[in-house]
Design a protein around this ligand. Structure first.
Ligand code: SF4
Length: 330
């Protein structure tokens, strides 16, 4: 059995059902360092597009997972998402096109939207069925505070890139707004955001809050009143609230060892303790490979003792993270 490196899942997604994640970017390589990032602070800040992994290798991994019949049935979307910003991958357009040739599965791109001012990026993304850019600020001051962008990025150009993409693109644009207490949850900020969104005209706007441990421990969800205010101001038939956690099972497809599966999933996606246990219980596909008296909690203890994972309490819930993530909590 091969080990998946750049393709993972399918994982449950609040917006996309069961999503097969494709990660064309090395860990925490981004042109933002968002205060709420669930992967921790950006360690490789870059604004330069290039191929970080051989594109053919990425495509081979995508093909292998899609062609495994059991996975195929379970995939609602192939999502280019990454452990950083996926549009930094120079071959993204080629990868989307080739993936479409492999299977008739809709393709989504989860992006911070910052590079849409570039024509090559707009062309690449125009081949996807759904593009999900972020927009967390209506003013340059808040943009700098919340997204902490690469110095080569200009807020005005970023917003105009989103507007331009809307004009040229026939697919769906689902904008995600991450609300962070004290940063973008005031009436003034929300009204500024609303006027930007009116020009972008997304098909949907998702209101989200940091539900998993963020890069900065102070980046917490706004109070309920502020979320109500956000709904009132951003008020539109297409606004969807995703401030609740997703449910559903994470796939262990492609792994013979449950501990490897857990590490691969939480590396991209910090998990609540209950989710770790549910995932480890989902072992029917490889029962033969496991010891007869397999104990889930022993697995977790072993991973913790070896220093590969650590526990973190955030918003009254216990999460497990891989030690690779360098967060501001230490
Ligand atoms: S949330 Fe996305 S855009 Fe922001 S730092 Fe993390 S990977 Fe980059």
């Amino acid at each position: 059995m091969y080990k998946l490196k750049m393709v993972y899942g399918p994982v449950p997604s609040r917006r996309l059902g069961r999503s097969l994640g494709v990660n064309p970017i090395p860990f925490k390589t981004c042109n933002y360092s968002c205060v709420y990032c669930q992967l921790g602070r950006t360690t490789h800040m870059t604004n330069q597009r290039k191929d970080f992994f051989p594109p053919e290798e990425l495509l081979n991994e995508i093909r292998r997972v899609i062609e495994a019949e059991s996975s195929h049935r379970e995939i609602d979307f192939v999502t280019f998402v990454g452990e950083g910003e996926p549009t930094l991958c120079k071959s993204l357009g080629w990868l989307i096109r080739k993936t479409k040739e492999i299977a008739d599965i809709p393709i989504a791109v989860d992006t911070n939207g910052s590079l849409l001012y570039r024509e090559d990026v707009r062309n690449d993304l125009s081949q996807a069925d759904i593009v999900m850019p972020s927009l967390d600020a209506g003013t340059v001051e808040t943009y700098r505070k919340i997204n902490r962008p690469h110095r080569g990025l200009d807020f005005k150009a970023v917003v105009e890139g989103l507007e331009r993409f809307r004009r040229d693109y026939n697919g769906e644009i689902w904008v995600e707004v991450m609300l962070v207490k004290g940063l973008n949850d005031t009436e003034r900020e929300l009204k500024a955001l609303k006027s930007r969104l009116e020009k972008i005209e997304p098909n949907r706007t998702y209101i989200n809050v940091p539900i998993r441990p963020p890069a900065e421990p102070w980046a917490v969800p706004p109070d309920k009143d502020a979320i109500t205010l956000a709904h009132a101001i951003l008020n539109d038939a297409n606004v969807v609230d995703i401030t609740e956690e997703e449910t559903g099972e994470f796939s262990t497809e492609g792994f013979t060892n449950p501990e490897d599966a857990i590490l691969a999933i939480i590396r991209r996606h910090p998990m609540r303790e209950g989710q770790v246990i549910d995932t480890l219980r989902n072992l029917s596909f490889k029962k033969k490979a496991l010891p007869k008296k397999y104990n889930i909690r022993d697995s977790i203890k072993r991973l913790e003792k070896s220093g590969k994972i650590k526990k973190l309490k955030y918003q009254e819930k216990v999460f497990w993270l891989t030690m690779e993530e360098k967060r501001g909590h230490d």
